[in-house]
Design a protein. Structure first.
Length: 235
């Protein structure tokens, strides 16, 4: 079965997952281009050559890069000043390819060879300890190269695989968290009176107490129904 146009466009993108195109990832941008909802000149990491590639795939005319989405430039990578890092994990959560390692309250560091230069870690750092720097010679023999001259197909494939894993991991983490919360809510709902601070409060009559518990029971039951519906939709 031949690949869809969206899949072929996605394969022609650099997979930096930088969101500069205005979409949450390269895959979403590719789908928008295939649907005629986005222009082919909104990917600065792909540069002018990237626009030519998309023009060939779509049959659309070649355009200059849209400056509203950034400009083509040399590849850079994120560097964390570990002396200032407070271990908040916000950059770890923001990284679309899981190339930042560390733990809560422990300093973080970037795996240079896996960084796509997306810059998504910069705005989330509360102490401004992350900077973007030019690639060291060990990672590039052409530090001034731009677009696809600085970012090769093998690197794009690795970034795509890491982003796919990142998406699967974060989705699994959300589902696991939702499951834990739903289990706790169901436990409380099974014996709400025992878990509620409303039960037995002085100044509340038995009828008022029961009404308050019934209202809380309705709220918890509605939350559980929403959680189940969300889980069913995800599955």
């Amino acid at each position: 079965m031949s690949a869809s146009l969206a899949e072929r466009i996605d394969a022609a993108l650099p997979q930096t997952q930088c969101t500069r195109c205005g979409f949450p990832d390269c895959r979403a941008y590719a789908q928008a281009v295939a649907d005629g909802e986005a222009a082919i000149n909104r990917c600065p990491p792909g540069g002018a050559e990237g626009v030519v590639r998309l023009a060939e795939l779509t049959g659309l005319p070649v355009l200059p890069l849209d400056p509203a989405h950034g400009s083509e430039g040399p590849r850079r990578l994120a560097v964390i000043d570990e002396a200032w890092c407070i271990g908040c994990t916000l950059c770890i959560e923001a990284c679309p390819v899981d190339c930042i390692v560390g733990a809560s309250k422990l300093m973080h560091t970037v795996v240079d060879s896996q960084c796509t230069g997306c810059e998504l870690c910069l705005p989330v750092c509360p102490v401004d300890c992350i900077s973007m720097e030019t690639l060291p010679p060990s990672l590039s023999t052409r530090p001034q190269a731009t677009g696809w001259q600085a970012w090769q197909p093998a690197q794009a494939q690795q970034a795509r695989e890491r982003h796919d894993f990142h998406r699967q991991r974060t989705q699994r983490d959300r589902q696991d968290n939702d499951t834990r919360l739903a289990a706790r809510a169901a436990e409380k709902l099974a014996d709400l009176a025992a878990h509620s601070r409303l039960s037995g409060l002085s100044g509340l009559s038995g009828l008022q107490d029961q009404d308050a518990l019934d209202r809380k029971r309705s709220v918890v039951a509605a939350a559980l129904a929403r959680a189940r519906a969300k889980s069913d939709a995800a599955g």
